[in-house]
Design a protein around this ligand. Structure first.
Ligand SMILES: *[C@@H]1O[C@H](CO)[C@@H](O)[C@H](O)[C@H]1NC(C)=O
Ligand SMILES: *[C@@H]1O[C@H](CO)[C@@H](O)[C@H](O)[C@H]1NC(C)=O
Ligand SMILES: *[C@@H]1O[C@H](CO)[C@@H](O)[C@H](O)[C@H]1NC(C)=O
Ligand SMILES: *[C@@H]1O[C@H](CO)[C@@H](O)[C@H](O)[C@H]1NC(C)=O
Ligand SMILES: *[C@@H]1O[C@H](CO)[C@@H](O)[C@H](O)[C@H]1NC(C)=O
Ligand SMILES: *[C@@H]1O[C@H](CO)[C@@H](O)[C@H](O)[C@H]1NC(C)=O
Ligand SMILES: *[C@@H]1O[C@H](CO)[C@@H](O)[C@H](O)[C@H]1NC(C)=O
Length: 433
């Protein structure tokens, strides 16, 4: 695997570097992939803030939690997408200019796998991580890496380690040490809580609000296709899926008006909020296991948890060491949402209204759980005292629940604030069964 930096600075006088990643038989050019903030959880990672450490502090430990990189649609979504596209291609002629590409269109996306684009983002994340934190890396302190057991998560973790290693000129070569089976106790997935509900009621209520005019417009452009509102959602989703797969703007994006994607985006925001976030009674408890592992690492003390942790793994220093400076865990969007909710990140003053989005809402899936989204929990030493801060996609979280809201909490106050996790979810875990 190799990487080239193509500098355009030389002829346009700007410090812009477009990375082109070569992975054996394929290349991924991160600069050409379009980004739209309205793609919700299908937005590629974009850093939300410039990284800097407060002047009187040094970082002594980092806990990275990262979503897998961009992927193909999962099997369920792919089936719905294909069914919607089939309705459009079956009619064969279109009165809408922007649908002409369908005359000769064949669906060609894979299923659920990590894309070259997603692999490149994971690789770049590993590089950036090394560059940022190299001062807490040495041969005894290379990252301890775990992944949830899905292929795309494992490959994201391995591309991250490859990027980390390359950035260190192969001096430090972390490996993926633990893969947690998604069929058993797994703090990096949301598969264990049997009674947890889903977001269908809320996303369907919103579909009935935003989709009908779009559906009517598409049906006008493809007379006889008779697509449904649910088909409209699937066709909208082809804009991000096809774009990240092809690394260029998909013709499906141009079938719609820009405002249509605001409806699509809110659907994603609702899905996360009511799926495993604050709007799901048994959402936050699914993040408790990870938070208890985090507390163990921050305090160098054994994991105490009776929810999703695997005690066999977490009580063994080979599979859950407590003497590292860097821990990197790879996971999924729904699980990261559960973890944010268990910790108290992105607090909401009221539940998201399924039929009326707040244009100023802070709950945006694109910021919370983009492809390759990151949460970094840093332990810092500031004037001799231990502190904690949390960054999501590089944005420092205020942590008003344990400090003054400037993003810095004392380690003790942070641990104290995590009572929900330390109490195994205040009885919620039992409600899962
Ligand atoms: C349809 O697509 C195929 C394969 O991409 C191509 O060979 C053919 O020329 C196209 N036909 C038209 C009418 O565009
Ligand atoms: C960390 O703990 C492991 C397992 O007990 C041990 O093998 C390793 O030498 C320790 N590393 C450091 C830097 O203390
Ligand atoms: C990175 O991801 C790609 C695409 O999924 C995969 O083919 C490749 O094996 C991964 N690289 C490593 C080092 O695992
Ligand atoms: C715990 O992890 C071990 C080692 O991976 C595995 O063999 C075991 O099945 C896991 N148990 C549960 C309940 O997840
Ligand atoms: C259009 O599809 C709906 C189901 O989505 C069906 O109930 C209706 O009968 C169809 N209309 C026509 C004209 O085929
Ligand atoms: C797996 O989780 C269940 C449910 O919390 C727990 O009862 C069991 O002890 C755990 N198993 C292991 C090996 O940690
Ligand atoms: C959203 O924020 C803007 C700017 O702060 C404000 O003018 C507007 O009233 C807010 N809208 C709602 C619905 O809260």
């Amino acid at each position: 695997m190799m990487m080239m930096w193509v500098s355009v600075a030389a002829w346009i006088g700007l410090a812009l570097y477009f990375p082109i990643y070569s992975f054996g038989s394929y290349e991924a050019n991160l600069s050409v992939a379009p980004f739209s903030p309205n793609w919700a959880q299908y937005s590629p990672f974009v850093s939300q803030a410039e990284y800097h450490v407060p002047s009187n502090c040094i970082v002594t430990q980092v806990n990275l939690l990262e979503r897998h990189g961009a992927r193909y649609p999962t099997s369920g979504s792919a089936a719905q997408i294909v069914s919607a596209i089939d309705k459009l291609t079956a009619v064969g002629s279109y009165t809408n200019e922007r649908m002409q590409f369908l005359v000769n269109y064949t669906y060609d996306l894979g299923v659920a796998d990590l894309l070259p684009f997603g692999a490149a983002q994971a690789y770049q994340s590993g590089e950036t991580f090394f560059q940022r934190y190299s001062y807490i890396v040495d041969q005894d302190h290379i990252p301890f890496v775990r992944a949830s057991g899905s292929d795309r998560v494992i490959k994201s973790a391995m591309n991250w380690t490859a990027g980390f290693s390359a950035a260190s000129y192969h001096v430090y070569n972390p490996s993926l040490s633990v893969i947690l089976s998604e069929d058993s106790n797994d703090t990096l997935d949301d598969n264990m809580c049997e009674n947890a509900g889903n977001s269908d009621e809320e996303t369907n209520a919103w579909l009935a609000v935003y989709a009908p005019t779009i559906t009517a417009r598409i049906n006008d452009g493809a007379p006889g296709a008779n697509i449904s509102n649910a088909d409209t959602y699937s066709l909208l989703s082809m804009c991000p899926f096809d774009s990240v797969a092809k690394e260029k703007r998909s013709p499906f994006c141009d079938m719609f008006e820009p405002a249509d994607f605001e409806g699509f985006e809110y659907s994603g925001d609702l899905d996360k909020y009511y799926g495993t976030g604050y709007g799901q009674e048994l959402g936050p408890v699914q993040g408790v296991g990870y938070v208890n592992e985090l507390l163990a690492r921050l305090t160098s003390s054994p994991v105490q948890d009776s929810t999703q942790t695997n005690h066999t793994l977490d009580s063994n220093p080979e599979t859950f060491p407590l003497n590292r400076t860097i821990y990197a865990d790879f996971s999924h969007d729904n699980q990261m949402i559960a973890i944010y909710a268990a910790m108290g990140l992105f607090p909401q003053s009221a539940d998201l209204d399924p039929t009326s989005p707040d244009p100023n809402r802070s709950w945006l899936a694109s910021r919370l759980v983009s492809f390759s989204a990151t949460m970094m929990t840093e332990k810092l030493e500031c004037a001799g005292e231990e502190h904690v801060r949390v960054l999501v996609n590089d944005a420092v979280q205020p942590l008003a629940f344990c400090g003054s809201g400037d993003g810095l909490c004392s380690l003790d106050a942070f641990v104290e604030s995590q009572a929900y996790a330390r109490n195994d979810g205040d009885g919620d875990w039992e409600k899962c069964f």
